[in-house]
Design a binder for this molecule. Structure first.
Ligand code: ADP
Ligand code: ZN
Ligand code: ZN
Length: 679
């Protein structure tokens, strides 16, 4: 009877491989291979593991080696390429391989449930064979314009690893470029290829999924995102893994999908913060996608109207090829006029200036739609007492509890503590409590008073809690059942509202003076994106030209000048110059060590030890400081930022530093983030 030692990785915080024994219990039973999934005993549990190597002997005492429980031999092994990607991610983000590789697999594959896997595999095998790409593409696409043609040609002709930054204004037809490039690349070879198309949030962009399916009706297109039920996720994942799915449309988690025939990667809205995972393995899906394309030697298209500073800098330095789409694709659709409303002169009543009220009224008269954008949900960010100065602080966080009037609640957006709205001041008994500031609910209320006849709709995380309700809300806007739409960033993404001719931005100024150096970059992107919702189609006879009105107290700010000129290039070049002078990313590389504990001093003490453990000239160490929001859910938090002009030098250092940090005795919980975004 043949016996082998399987070296496996497990989803556990231990950077090591584990040895298990495999016995050939039936003659002719195939020997397991690297890349297969096995079920093994681990402590008292049975867990899924991935085979990284199959060897003859173990260095361990044979009595200590346990037997494998089952081998998932009906599933084609994961490829060396896929392992390479996981290995890179693990090394780069300083995590054990098992903590990267196993969570990248669908739960049903990991959960010892062999029946569901067998059933899913049968289903995939039974599906009909697929027509070729040409015969599958049935719907006549629009003819490409010259800029699109050039972009598609460049992508399709790319040899080997080719990172391409597709900078196209909103409505310039980037999707058309993606679809044509995908089609050209899929039909260029006789072997079946696969395309990975990444988008920030699938639920907010159902139109894109529809366009992809319409364009390739006979071609298997699958989606991969966290909103899928486990069964559906497994089916999609298997389709991708077995090479059957030719296009995988997915959110950030799709970057780790197994796609053995990958030929092209597209990252739409590459600047979007959703590509950054903010817990557990804090990876950038965009950055991993670039590495994956490099590993595979294939083109990758990073598309955006407002590329990230990182990608813009890579284009400037020649590492990425830059392609531009400067015009809107449909000739009738002109860019909206952007105007500023000086709030010092036109003082807003209840958050809305008279100029904006007049503009909305004109839209109502012409039966056109307006969108008011305010990135703050709830009724008011604070409830306060004028008599004694009480404010609605969260008892567990360094934050205010937000007034949610329709729900009759005070809510903390950080720890989800909820209270009934107090009838009187908890300190002095004053019954006249005042809401301070404005959220979307309060704006909705104001609009109801000013325009009682208008049909209003608010779209934010509160109004769309129920599954499917966001889609219903967007549908009703498309059907013309809404006159005025009030929303947070949720409404800024992807949607193409045909009858929308006015966008009002209520209160963007706070981002101009944020302590977060990325705030202005994000503000610019949001303003361009929300502006892009207007003027998508031709102005109808007698209709209003599309316009964007921005309420501000700082009409002279250069950021607004660039927004008015629709000039991302000017903004980005200025931004990069500032970053270069200030020594900020992308001109330095950063890592952030966070520590948290019930007492702040515990966290700070740990970080101080961490400072003393740095003995590398290349590393710049900042002081440990409490986080801006120091306390969340009764836990005190502090951070230590370290910087280095060289990425490899930082990587080198981090490995050793972490090893010594692990040996530190502390009661603080800590974690390390490489390339942090929120600091
Ligand atoms: P983006 O993603 O760059 O904001 P879209 O891809 O959504 O822009 O395109 C905007 C609109 O223009 C869509 O309705 C699309 O069908 C249309 N479109 C794209 N390319 C062309 C073209 N070459 N001719 C006519 N219409 C086009
Ligand atoms: Zn009071
Ligand atoms: Zn709280």
């Amino acid at each position: 009877m043949e016996q082998k030692i399987l070296q496996v990785v497990i989803d556990a915080p231990l950077d090591t491989v584990f040895d298990y024994r495999w016995l050939q219990t039936i003659a002719g039973m195939p020997v397991p291979q690297g890349g297969q999934i096995v079920i093994v005993p681990f402590g008292r549990r049975e867990v899924a593991a991935l085979i990284v190597a199959v060897v003859g002997h173990s260095a361990l005492d044979p009595a200590q080696i346990k037997d494998v429980i089952a081998v998932r031999s009906d599933l084609a092994p994961l490829t060396a390429d896929w392992f390479g990607l996981c290995r890179f991610a693990a090394a780069y983000y300083q995590r054990p391989l098992g903590e990267v590789a196993l969570p990248a697999l669908p739960k049903n594959l990991r959960a010892g449930n062999a029946v569901s896997l067998t059933r899913a595999l049968k289903k995939v095998a039974a599906s009909a064979p697929i027509a070729s790409v040409e015969s599958a593409a049935q719907i006549a696409p629009p003819g490409l314009n010259a800029e699109q043609e050039l972009a598609v040609g460049t992508i399709a002709a790319a040899q080997g690893f080719s990172p391409i930054l597709l900078h196209g204004i909103t409505g310039s037809g980037k999707t058309e470029v993606y679809l044509n490039a995908a089609q050209r690349i899929l039909s260029a070879s006789d072997e079946p290829g696969q395309v990975l198309m990444m988008i920030p949030e699938i639920n907010l962009t159902p139109q894109l999924e529809q366009s992809v399916r319409n364009r390739f009706p006979g071609l298997p297109v699958v989606t991969l995102h966290s909103g899928l039920a486990e069964g559906a996720r497994l089916a999609s994942w298997l389709d991708a893994h077995l090479g059957r799915a030719r296009i995988v449309l997915g959110t950030r988690l799709a970057v780790l999908a197994s796609m053995p025939q990958l030929r092209l990667i597209i990252v739409d809205e590459e600047h979007d913060p959703s590509y950054k995972q903010q817990e557990g393995l804090r990876y950038s899906a965009r950055d991993l996608a670039v590495w994956r394309a490099h590993q595979k030697g294939i083109p990758i298209v990073l598309g955006s109207a407002t590329p990230s500073a990182e990608s813009w800098q890579h284009a400037a330095s020649g590492r990425y090829v830059r392609l531009s789409l400067r015009q809107r694709a449909t000739p009738e659709a002109v860019l909206p006029k952007v105007r500023l409303i000086d709030m010092e002169r036109d003082k807003p009543a209840d958050g809305i200036t008279s100029t904006l009220i007049t503009a909305i009224r004109r839209r109502l008269e012409k039966r056109e739609q307006s969108l008011l954008f305010l990135n703050r949900r709830g009724y008011a960010p604070v409830l306060s007492c004028d008599a004694c100065g009480w404010v609605s602080n969260c008892s567990r966080c360094t934050a205010f509890m937000v007034l949610h009037r329709p729900e009759h609640r005070l809510r903390c957006h950080h720890c989800s503590l909820e209270l009934r709205i107090p009838k009187s001041c908890p300190t002095c008994g004053n019954v006249d409590l005042q809401p301070l500031g404005r959220g979307t609910q309060r704006i909705e209320e104001t609009l109801q008073t000013v325009f009682p006849e208008a049909r209003l709709l608010r779209i934010d995380a509160d109004s769309t809690r129920r599954k499917g309700s966001a889609q219903e809300a967007f549908d009703s806007v498309h059907r013309g059942e809404v006159d005025i739409l009030v929303g947070t960033q949720m409404v800024a993404k992807g949607h193409d509202f045909r009858n929308l001719t006015l966008v009002g931005v209520l209160n963007p100024d706070t981002a101009l003076f944020s302590h977060d150096y990325r705030a202005s970059e994000r503000l610019f992107a949001q303003l361009m994106q929300v502006a892009g919702r207007a003027g998508r189609t031709a102005t109808r006879e007698g209709g209003n030209a599309s316009e964007v009105l921005i309420q501000t107290r700082y009409p002279q700010h250069p950021l607004y000048a660039a927004v008015m000129a629709h000039d991302y290039q000017r903004f980005a070049d200025g931004l990069l110059e500032e970053r270069r002078q200030a020594g900020l990313p992308p001109f330095v590389y950063q890592a952030l060590l966070r520590a948290e504990a019930p007492a702040l001093q515990t966290a700070l003490d740990f970080l101080q030890i961490a400072v003393e453990l740095v003995d590398d000239e290349a590393i710049v160490v900042n002081d440990p400081i409490p986080m801006t929001m120091t306390r969340v859910a009764n836990v005190e938090r502090a951070q230590l930022l370290i910087e280095c002009p060289s990425r490899p030098a930082l990587q080198n250092f981090l490995g050793d530093w972490l090893a010594s940090l692990r040996a530190v005795k502390t009661r603080a919980r800590w974690s390390l983030e490489v390339d942090p975004v929120d600091i």
